[in-house]
Design a protein around this ligand. Structure first.
Ligand SMILES: [Zn+2]
Length: 155
């Protein structure tokens, strides 16, 4: 069997090359195992490939599987790799939120969207904090340089 998206050999529910679902996913009952396979595959790759897979990888259509996909995205969103994995997971989670919003609203979808958006907001705050720390460190170094110049030129 070959991947319908990139043509690579694909025997599972998801293509291990591009991360899209294969013909083996026939209906919503196959989306949970496909999602599990996607995340298992993700763990086995290096950072660069993980970013690519998170950006283009399989997204379920079934509500339950889609919510599960969002939940699995949260730990990645708060990853230490805030310049690679975090933005890629953020993009994935935003796509999931958009897909959920396009569905017929019910209480469960509402709760999931609220929770995902809360995490996205939290992540934004955390990245602003990192920017602030970098700025303060820069100012301290600058002050040090100014002091050194002043010290050696005061005569
Ligand atoms: Zn593929």
């Amino acid at each position: 069997m070959n991947c319908g998206t990139c043509g690579a050999v694909a025997d599972g529910y998801v293509c291990h090359y591009c991360g899209n679902s294969t013909e083996k996913v026939q209906g919503s009952q196959d989306e949970m195992p496909a999602l599990a396979e996607f995340h298992q595959m993700l763990d086995g790759h290096d950072k660069e490939k993980q970013v690519e897979l998170l950006r283009n990888g399989f997204l379920p259509s079934d509500t339950q599987a889609l919510i599960e996909a969002g939940l699995r995205c949260i730990p990645l969103l708060h990853s230490e790799e805030y310049d690679t994995i975090t933005p890629a997971s953020k993009g994935r989670l935003l796509a999931i939120v958009t897909k959920l919003r396009l569905m017929k609203p019910d209480a469960q979808i509402e709760r999931a969207v609220t929770e995902f958006e809360r995490n996205l907001k939290q992540q934004k705050k955390a990245s602003r904090r990192v920017d602030l720390i970098i700025l303060i460190m820069g100012l301290i170094i600058l002050a040090g340089i100014v002091w050194v110049i002043w010290y050696f030129t005061k005569g």
